[in-house]
Design a protein around this ligand. Sequence first.
Ligand SMILES: O=C[C@H](O)COP(=O)(O)O
Length: 251
Amino acid sequence: MRTPVIAGNWKLFKTIGEATGMVNDLKPLVAAAKGTEIVVAPPFTALSRVADALAGSNVHLAAQDCYWEEEGAFTGEVAPKMLKDVGCSHVIIGHSERRQYFGETDATVNKKVKAAINAGLTAIVCVGETLAEREANKTFAVIESQVRGGLEGLPPEALSKVIIAYEPVWAIGTGKTASDAQAQEVHAFIRNLMARCFDQGSADGMRILYGGSVKPDNVKGLMTQPDIDGALVGGASLKAESFAAIANFAE
Ligand SMILES: O=C[C@H](O)COP(=O)(O)O
């Protein structure tokens, strides 16, 4: 039995006051959702205060990125152990926006995943094809290369600290969700790939999230697919009511 995960990626939104206000609204709305791993990923500047606000609740804290070195002359970067120190349990790695705008590659994703796991964080590793890649029938090839590249060299026992998020780039922030069948097809492919790359037990235990215009009114169809274990939510995670509606549905 895989524990469902509902994670909210706030991207470049929310001041400290807005972020703490949001989680203070959210906590009572999801307090009864004991069987779901609920995660919020505020911007770096709000992590410390949101960690304080979440203390004692069932909502976990994530960062939206990390660097792979522990310390050094790397201006602007944040190390996994610093995220652990501030109260994070999870970190999102390799989001398509980081790949598209900030030069993230499968090789850098791989270094970040290893560093995050070594620091005791759970890595939420994002993969997904563009519209052009889907239309050129390259979806599975792209996903395979991103999953293999991102997880290369990990021992099977490290996979309990990895969550994969399948986010078709064409569905992110567009209002165009992949159909339940389209999403399930790719999730099943990823799970089979995990069995081929690692072992069946690791593949069976791996949580695979769907991301891309998930809303309260489409989460039900997605969550009832056999290989969809939760959601990485962008826009609908910014308001306590809509994020809680998604998290509570996963129960
Ligand atoms: O990380 C979240 C995804 O990019 C999905 O964003 P969205 O729900 O706004 O489409």
